[in-house]
Unconditional design. Structure first.
Length: 131
């Protein structure tokens, strides 16, 4: 009886993209306000003045630079770099935030692009923005 009540209380809304996808993770994320998504694709976390953007997303990449999304916090000095890996391959690329707060991904000049791939990576930088 109590379990059915709890199930009704929790509802059936998908929370898989909030926090770590668990009820506890979602509540912690909402309570602390330190993690949110960028354009519904990438997880942005803040710890003090450190910003962490994590990617685990399927996207279409072309050779060269690919715009991914705008970021809300500027890196000190205007630029930041990170790396990503293309799933099920040995390919890696560069993540880059430019002075216009745009997150880009660059894949080396490897044959077979453009194509849809899953990329996983992270970019970590320091900002002087207040949270």
């Amino acid at each position: 009886k109590n379990v059915r009540y709890l199930g009704k209380l929790m509802g059936n809304t998908d929370i898989s993209k909030i926090g770590d996808g668990t009820v506890t993770g979602a509540l912690n994320s909402l309570n602390t306000g330190t993690e949110n998504s960028l354009e519904g694709k990438y997880v942005l976390s803040r710890k003090g003045n450190t910003v962490i953007i994590s990617l685990n997303e399927e996207c279409t990449l072309s050779k060269g630079w690919n715009f991914l999304c705008n970021v809300p916090y500027s890196p000190i000095g205007g630029f930041a770099y990170g790396v990503f890996h293309v799933d099920k391959t040995t390919e890696t690329g560069i993540l880059y935030i430019n002075g216009d707060n745009k997150l880009n991904a660059e894949i080396p000049l490897i044959e077979g692009y453009p194509k849809v791939v899953r990329i996983r990576g992270q970019i970590v930088y320091v900002t002087d923005s207040t949270f």
